[in-house]
Design a protein around this ligand. Structure first.
Ligand SMILES: [Zn+2]
Ligand SMILES: [Zn+2]
Length: 755
């Protein structure tokens, strides 16, 4: 007998080999009907799979259309249904892989006639036919030899290759049959196609067989599926909203920022309107920091390599950094060689990144590309290094004595560490540390809170760059706090308050908190265990006492200390990671930081790194999407537009414009000979300006303006005084008034296809 423990805590005894389907039926008819799959000890299985005892008691749950895991089973089943439909319409199509994703599914296919978006309707129609027939998904197994014959007979060459490359070690393989369609598959699947409520094909893209760019290019056909039409509609609405809010599109339309290849990929050029918004945000934070005891600092964009060797940022994260600037020309090439030699083996991804750097540096290593093994690659690099040392006249006996790649790497590193050079700063902390060290510190001076909008540079791979959210240069709203261990609670608490204040000022009130803790089994963490213990307890107590929605995640701490991250949900339900507060025991140690305690001896301070926005670029990108480009009045680059009904009232319009300007409002006039309605629509809907101020005969006579509000529409005539009072209050209170968009109300992030 097996013991099943159900989610409500009750326990059931069933015979060995019982199927989840039977368990569901024994619980109730309704559950049996609603059942989609089952979860047994965290594994999702078919309703028809047999239950066997592993360890005695099994945690058992029937999954229905209310469970997220069931949706993944449904979507993967739809990948089969889509493949079946494609095979009917495009005979001879070869199938590769077809998994479920967070919000969708895909199948990689190789069709004799490439599929185009115009084909979507008939593929969907064929899928609906299959769904209507509600045939079961039937699992069967074959020995691996027979399985290979079966996929070969089905004419599925990629599946044959997949078995040969990856699956040979298994004695048997499983298949799923649905009508005439048979597919090699681990499962699980829904019991029958009738469970599918609604489907939609989303897009088509190129994809390489096994994601390897040296192999055949296939087509990746994306779709999504839900248990009912309502959920699909809500999801599609969210996708639409996400597309409309895409900050890359709006950034261009609203002239907020641009990227020029002449400057470089991933390097944001803030245009005047974007810069205006950023400036207001920066002032907002600066004022707040002054109130909270911070001191402003400025530091340069580069620092000596030595500084980053001490901090540990160099050379360890160098594949994510711009190349170091050495004074000695040989050092740049040797630096790349050292990188390769020290790595031993590189993942294909890192190998590509390195190749990129080598190409750009014109550092050619004969024989490298043709090499088949790491050993051959390392040998090729070595030969090139020897040549280089010789031509550049670098004396390096230790290198010549070395007998393997690791020793050679070490010899080069020792030499490189003697070389002078600079690095574009990847972090502001080492600079701020030098300011802390510039004077002796006593416990009476602490906390020292140094704040800077510090620009840092990271060399993200080209494929990962996206608008303002993945960039190569960005400005952090950074600060470093140097505190005594006893001040941890108060200072972290104050920082949580600051992050929450900042987020709520921008209407980002829907958030959750992640507390990153040590993995108790790992030894990679620096700092005393007792400090960690105390700090982790402090962070947890803080989020608890504030009644925050939080999750504590073991193993998510930085190696130098525990942290708190804020994950914010925007108004269409997407999640973004924003502010972070991190404790650090490592850098104070590395830089030998001290303060004199009230016992008159030297103590080591703790550091806090924190950035409520994260980076100005990313935050701006998120704000553009959150507000759909319609910034609240206090942030809007142009707050009001003056629109005279005809040229006769241009002078009165200019007077209004000037008066508002003088009172600190951001206003422009539109004096083009266009229709008033057109100008209002353009200001309100295209440029998303909060107020349109129309002036004509009546207004000029009465000394008023006719006000149209972006949110509430026509507000009628107002005196200039009244208008300024209204605008002034709205700015002062940082009021957020948005044209409501029916939120899709979906829990998961839907931007995937808008990206
Ligand atoms: Zn499958
Ligand atoms: Zn830092």
């Amino acid at each position: 007998m097996l013991t099943l423990k159900l989610p409500d805590g009750s326990v059931r005894q069933v015979p060995e080999g019982t199927r989840p389907r039977d368990v569901a039926a024994s619980i109730g008819k309704r559950l049996a009907q609603a059942a989609v799959a089952a979860k047994v000890n965290d594994a999702v299985v078919d309703l028809d799979s047999e239950l066997h005892d592993g360890t005695g008691e099994l945690a058992f749950q029937i999954l229905t259309d209310r469970d997220k895991e069931a949706l993944a089973v449904l979507r993967h089943s739809c990948a089969h249904i889509m493949a079946r439909a494609v095979l009917r319409l495009f005979p001879g199509t070869q199938l590769a892989f077809g998994p479920a994703l967070e919000n969708a599914f895909y199948y990689d296919i190789d069709s004799p006639t490439p599929i185009r978006e115009e084909d979507f309707p008939r593929i969907e129609e064929e899928m609906r036919k299959i769904i209507k027939e509600a045939e079961p998904f039937e699992r069967f197994e074959r020995s691996t030899v027979e399985a290979r014959e079966l996929v070969r007979d089905l004419g599925q060459g990629y599946k044959v290759e997949h078995i040969d490359d990856d699956l040979k070690q298994y004695p048997t393989l499983s298949f799923y049959r649905q009508g005439e369609f048979v597919d090699l598959c681990r499962g699980p699947h829904i019991p029958n196609a009738g469970k599918v409520g609604a489907i939609k094909l989303l897009s088509i893209a190129g994809a390489y067989w096994k994601n390897d760019s040296s192999r055949k290019q296939l087509q990746r056909l994306y779709g999504t599926a839900f248990f009912n039409q309502k959920d699909l509609d809500a999801y599609l609405h969210q996708l639409e909203e996400a597309k409309k809010r895409d900050h890359r599109v709006l950034g261009k339309q609203l002239k907020l920022f641009t990227v020029s290849q002449a400057v470089g990929s991933g390097l944001i050029l803030w245009m005047p309107k974007g810069a205006t918004v950023r400036g207001i945000l920066e002032t907002f934070i600066k004022d707040e920091l002054l109130k909270r005891g911070y001191q402003p600092v400025y530091t340069p964009h580069i620092g000596r390599l030595e500084l980053y060797r001490t901090s540990g940022h160099f050379p360890y994260y160098r594949d994510a950094q711009f190349p170091p600037m050495y004074f000695r020309p040989a050092a740049e090439a040797l630096d790349l060689a050292q990188w390769r030699l020290s790595a031993g083996h590189l993942s294909p991804e890192k190998e590509r990144a390195l190749k990129d750097f080598m190409d750009q540096a014109h550092f050619k290593v004969p024989g490298y590309e043709e090499a088949r093994t790491d050993e051959e690659r390392l040998e090729a690099v070595h030969r090139q290094v020897v040549k280089l040392l010789d031509t550049m006249g670098v004396e390096l006996p230790a290198y010549h004595k070395a007998t393997n790649a690791a020793e050679r790497a070490k010899a080069l590193l020792d030499w490189l560490e003697q070389q002078e050079g600079f690095l574009l700063k990847p972090m502001n902390c080492p600079h701020h540390i030098q300011i802390y060290k510039a004077e002796p510190r006593s416990y009476r001076d602490l906390p020292v809170r140094l704040a800077e909008f510090g620009t840092v540079y990271r060399f993200e791979q080209t494929g990962e760059l996206s608008g303002m959210t993945r960039v190569r240069g960005f400005t952090q709203d950074d600060a470093h706090l140097f505190i005594t261990p006893e001040q941890t609670e108060a200072e972290v608490g104050a920082n949580i308050d600051l992050v929450l204040f900042v987020l709520s000022s921008l209407g980002l009130n829907d958030y959750r908190v992640r507390v990153g803790l040590r993995d108790p089994k790992s030894d990679k963490y620096v700092g005393k265990a007792e400090n960690w213990e105390k700090a982790e307890q402090t962070l947890l107590a803080l989020v608890k006492s504030r009644g925050m929605n939080y999750s504590a995640e073991e193993g998510e701490a930085a190696f130098y200390g525990p942290k708190i991250d804020f994950v914010v949900r925007d108004c269409i339900g997407r999640e973004w990671q924003l502010g972070t507060v991190q404790l650090d025991y490592n850098l104070p140690e590395r830089f030998g930081l001290e303060y004199i305690g009230n016992d008159n001896t030297a103590h080591r301070p703790v550091m806090i790194h924190r950035a409520p926005f994260g980076s100005m670029e990313r935050f701006m990108g998120i704000l553009i999407e959150h507000f759909a480009g319609a910034f609240p009045l206090w942030l809007a680059p142009e707050q009001a537009r003056v629109i005279p009904v005809s040229e006769r009232f241009a002078e009165y319009g200019q007077r209004i414009e000037k008066e508002l300007h003088e009172h600190g409002f951001r206003v422009h006039g539109d004096y083009r000979p266009e229709k008033v309605g057109y100008k209002i629509r353009e200001a309100r809907y295209m440029e998303k300006i909060p107020y349109a101020l129309v002036v004509g005969e009546k207004e000029q006579a009465a000394g008023t303006v006719a006000v149209t509000d972006r949110v509430d529409g026509d507000l009628g005539a107002m005196s200039i005084g009244e208008l300024m009072k209204r605008l002034g209050d709205e700015v002062k209170e940082r009021r957020i008034r948005q044209v409501s968009t029916a939120s899709a109300g979906l829990a998961d992030r839907g931007a995937q296809f808008a990206d």
